[in-house]
Design a protein. Sequence first.
Length: 321
Amino acid sequence: MSSTDPDAGRTVADIGEFAVIERAVAGRPQPDTTLLGPGDDAAVVRAPDGRVVVSSDMLVQGRHFRFDWSKPEQVGRKAVAQNGADIVSMGAWPTAFLVSLGCPPDTPVALTDALTDGIWAEAQALGAGVVGGDTVQSEQVVLSITVLGDLGGADAVLRSGARPGDLVAVAGRLGWSAAGLAVLLVGSVDFPELVGAHQVPVPPYVAGPAAARAGATAMTDVSDGLVADLGHMCTASGVGIDLDSSLLEPATELRAAAAALDVDARHWVLTGGEDHALAATFPTEAVLPEGWRRIGEVRAGAGVTVDGQSWTGAGGWQSFS
């Protein structure tokens, strides 16, 4: 915020709820899918397909982010990215976001401005609008985001379509966010690329619709960890999945950080969440789209194994543990 801004140094209590909202939406361009944006009792969003894919998620200060680790703009981008990943994992594309913000009265206006800058930046990168939301007083900063998506005439790709014989593939990075968190937890200033991956995930957005067009039989966003999220797919589909560890070799950056922290980088790859990679199953004869790589196969049975053996390490993120 410029030092000439009359609200520099002021809090949300100083300027009031409607001024906070006005600052969040004023002058922001909307895509063609937004027929009526913020300012009325509700927004109107075009739904060309006739169906709307909907998902929502929350980020709570101290649970999902810390402002001593992440800039407010990064938190805003992260909030949109994790919701956008949910939509593309269905084979759809995000069209509109609704954002609800809770914060204490003494929250600086500069912080809420930066949050909304990040939210708009990530949404606009997707060609989506920010069409409404709400504000409320809370004990810490809370972001709740609902995202709408369009299937473009295709069928949604569910978790429940995997069948024995399908191959398992992944698009995007695995373990980077978990490694970045581990670096932050020990107070290290090394490995900034991993820390950056934790601060702002980079979902492989275009890979979701591409997988749907290529005939993916099941798909999921990897938000809680590869083993955990594929486990949900196994349960929904009534199958087992075996991962090939030779196809899940940790990236060079992960190996370097793991050596410095004296941990096993494979644990980050298999159980680290918040990278928002995509995992999917495909018929064996399918040609994997660009950006996808095979990591295993679907088998009869239940649950996830690694090289045919039960995974005995941590399974991934759980909200109430």
